[in-house]
Design a protein around this ligand. Structure first.
Ligand code: FDA
Length: 307
């Protein structure tokens, strides 16, 4: 019941100010966010890659409301790409971007986001790495997939995220299960209406399995973005069924969530990538993590009481 309330709160500017300025918030945020600066993110990346994990970095930010903010988001990713190249991390670190941080919601936003993300994708390629387009609420899916198609014409390794809670996603999986295509399949983290998305958790899980089968049976590169132990086991069974070896698909989990499982999978020979968010604009990301799991909210509440 709390999930939808927290997801609504994730988009409230008033609450953003209250939560962000509360001194107790910081230690809880640190569990999910690798720091506010690029340097702190790179420190986290090194400690993960030293332990056989791969990473995808997210410079936090979303829903920008003016064009100059979108340019700042672009520039932050250009600096990140430069740092990955300088550190020789291109093989183990890729980048995840949210097109709403690149101006997608502004008037003419589709073109603005496309124009802003293109130099980032070029810089990623020059750094020996690639970009995955995160997926946001359902109103952005057509635009994001159209940007993906344009980018893939020149940079076929550009990836995207598909969300199993949307009714449309089985079709999108079929369209993207093609050679060279990289798809991260997730359950979905936004509050969506019943007109477009399953509301029941079991239906979302069942849809995930149907989508996973399409991706694993296809010719693309599936990226399993989930912490769900059942889905990890099903992925391993499907890999055996479709003759996919480790390295022909990968697992992905979020920074700070099920870390022991991340290491177990990497040690078992799987490709395991950790999604590492960093930056000052952590509010929306943090609220979605609270919404996913009531225990996180209890952890947050306990830290408030124990001050
Ligand atoms: P589920 O929520 O059923 O959780 C399974 C188990 O995982 C829980 O029982 C718990 O043990 C653990 N767990 C899950 N969430 C937790 C949390 N917040 N804190 C602590 N433990 C937790 N969504 C989206 O809409 N667009 C996107 O672009 C992305 N990108 C993305 C990248 C990567 C790498 C991941 C792993 C996830 C995303 N997501 C996302 C988020 C995704 O849609 C989903 O909300 C979360 O992954 C939670 O769903 P699970 O599949 O983990 O299952």
């Amino acid at each position: 019941m709390l999930g939808p309330v927290l997801l609504a709160a994730a988009r409230s500017d008033g609450l953003r100010r209250v939560v962000a300025s509360a001194p107790v918030t910081r230690p809880v945020v640190d569990r999910f966010v690798a720091g506010e600066t690029l340097d702190s993110a790179l420190t986290a990346v090194r400690s993960l890659t030293d332990r056989r994990l791969e990473v995808t970095l997210d410079h936090l930010g979303e829903d920008v409301t003016d064009a100059s903010e979108a340019l700042r988001a672009r520039d932050a990713y250009l600096a990140l790409a430069e740092a990955l190249a300088a550190e020789g991390l291109g093989e183990r670190a890729e980048m995840s971007v949210k097109l709403s941080a690149f101006g997608q919601a502004l008037p003419g936003g589709h073109e603005i986001a496309h124009n802003n993300v293109l130099p980032v994708v070029e810089a990623a390629a020059a750094a020996g790495t690639t970009v995955t387009l995160d997926m946001e609420d359902h109103t952005t899916v057509d635009s994001t997939l159209a940007v993906l198609a344009d980018l893939r014409a020149t940079y076929p390794q550009t990836g995207a995220v598909l969300q199993s809670y949307l009714y449309r996603t089985e079709d999108d999986c079929a369209a993207l299960a093609v050679a060279g295509s990289r798809v991260r399949l997730v359950k979905g983290a936004y509050r969506e209406p019943a007109e477009v998305a399953y509301q029941d958790k079991h239906q979302v899980d069942r849809a995930y399995v149907r989508c996973l089968k399409i991706l694993m049976a296809g010719d693309g590169y599936p990226m399993i973005g989930s912490h769900d132990p059942r889905l990890v086991a099903i992925t391993e069974a499907l890999a055996a069924r479709f003759g996919r070896k480790p390295g022909e698909y990968e697992f992905q989990m979020l920074y700070g969530i099920r870390e022991a499982e991340q290491h177990r999978l990497a040690e078992a020979g799987h490709r395991m990538r950790v999604y590492v968010p960093y930056g000052t604009d952590w509010y929306g990301y943090f609220m979605r993590r609270l919404a996913e799991r009531p225990a996180n909210l209890a952890f947050f509440a306990r830290s408030l009481v124990s001050r």
